[in-house]
Structure formats: structure tokens, C-alpha cells
Ligand binder design. Structure first.
Ligand SMILES: [Zn+2]
Length: 189
């Protein structure tokens, strides 16, 4: 861990181990992206960067996973890449949400074997009382409510905010904080 911290200190200002090419972002969103990356705990950063997870910015017009064009950001498990655009940051403005942290939550979920899709997570999901009709309670265009809850719980815990749509229970906090030690480096899950 220590060497990673040293690496940050010696790295040029404005960079981060999880930051890929962010040149497609406006300056203010590039700064915001880095600000969110710096909120991720050091051991999570280390685990994710060992799996070559990174954030990459693209022009809004190129955001079209699965034929959808309304994405502001998403996690691509095949490339282990969080893809962001100016639109995602603009959409987040004034909302209680942090896109980069949320998408990195999906990356951590992937790194620990998609725990949100395993049967035991279902009980935690129910206990967190996902709000009726929310992203965390029902499916929207192929989203998985439990997977979305896991990602947003990561974002809320790392970003120190209350998510809109469910309660961060002690169990959710524990699973985000403890399971990160189970990252399967290099394994293609
Ligand atoms: Zn998500």
C-alpha cells in the first residue's frame, strides 16, 4: 500500500492510478472525475488498478452500449473500463449522486465475482428497503436493481452521502467494506 501512496505523491498533479484518457471531458468535469477517484479507498484503488480497471472519457455521441444513447456513463466489464462523458457529469449536477464512484462500484462488484447477483445478497437488498419504483427496486431497460444497489452503496459509502432510493444498512456497509479484500486479481470472472 505504501508504494502506491508514494506513487500518488510523485505522480504529476491531476493524475490518478485509475485515470485513463480523460481528454474528451471539459476541464471542469475532468477535475470532478479526479475528485471522485480520490475518494475511493487506497486498497480498493490498488485492487482495481491491479486488474487494469480504468476510467476513460468519450464524446457523448459515442455513448451507445447495447444500442442505448442516453447513457452518461457506464462500466464495460469486457474492457474493465468505466466509460464517462460530459453528459453524465452534467446530469449529476445538483443530484445526490456521484457517477464515477457508482461505476467504480460496478467494477468492484465485478472484481469480487458479482456478489450483487448471488443469492445471499437478496436479503441485504430487501433489508435496505429499495424505494417503490426506483432504479433499486425495479428493472429499467435491462438494469439489475440489486447490482445497481451494490454500485450505489459503494458510491454512497466512498462519497459520504445518503443514496436517494434506499438505506445504507450496516450489512450493506459491511459487504462493501469487507468484500473488497476478496478481489480476484487477474482472474477473468
Ligand atoms: Zn449502475
Amino acid at each position: 500500500m505504501e508504494h502506491l501512496r508514494d506513487m500518488w505523491r510523485t505522480a504529476s498533479p491531476g493524475t490518478h492510478p485509475l485515470a485513463g484518457d480523460l481528454s474528451a471531458l471539459d476541464d471542469q468535469w475532468k477535475e470532478e472525475c479526479l475528485r471522485q477517484l480520490r475518494m475511493i479507498p487506497g486498497d480498493v484503488v490498488s485492487a482495481l488498478s491491479s486488474r487494469n480497471v480504468k476510467v476513460e472519457a468519450v464524446a457523448e455521441a459515442k455513448m451507445s452500449p447495447k444500442g442505448r444513447t442516453d447513457y452518461g456513463g457506464f462500466y464495460d466489464p469486457d474492457r474493465r473500463t468505466v466509460v464517462v462523458s460530459n453528459k453524465g457529469f452534467a446530469d449529476d449536477q445538483g443530484r445526490n449522486a456521484m457517477m464515477v464512484l457508482h461505476e467504480m462500484g460496478h467494477a468492484l462488484d465485478h472484481a469480487v465475482g458479482w456478489v450483487s447477483k448471488l443469492a445471499p445478497f437478496k436479503a441485504l437488498w430487501k433489508d435496505a428497503k429499495p424505494r417503490e419504483g426506483s432504479y433499486f427496486q425495479r428493472t429499467f431497460g435491462g438494469t439489475d436493481p440489486r447490482t445497481e444497489m451494490y454500485a450505489e452503496a459503494c458510491a454512497a459509502i466512498w462519497g459520504h452521502y445518503q443514496p436517494d432510493g434506499f438505506t445504507v444498512t450496516d450489512d450493506l456497509r459491511t459487504i462493501v467494506n469487507e468484500l473488497r479484500h476478496n478481489v480476484r486479481s487477474g482472474e477473468d470472472l
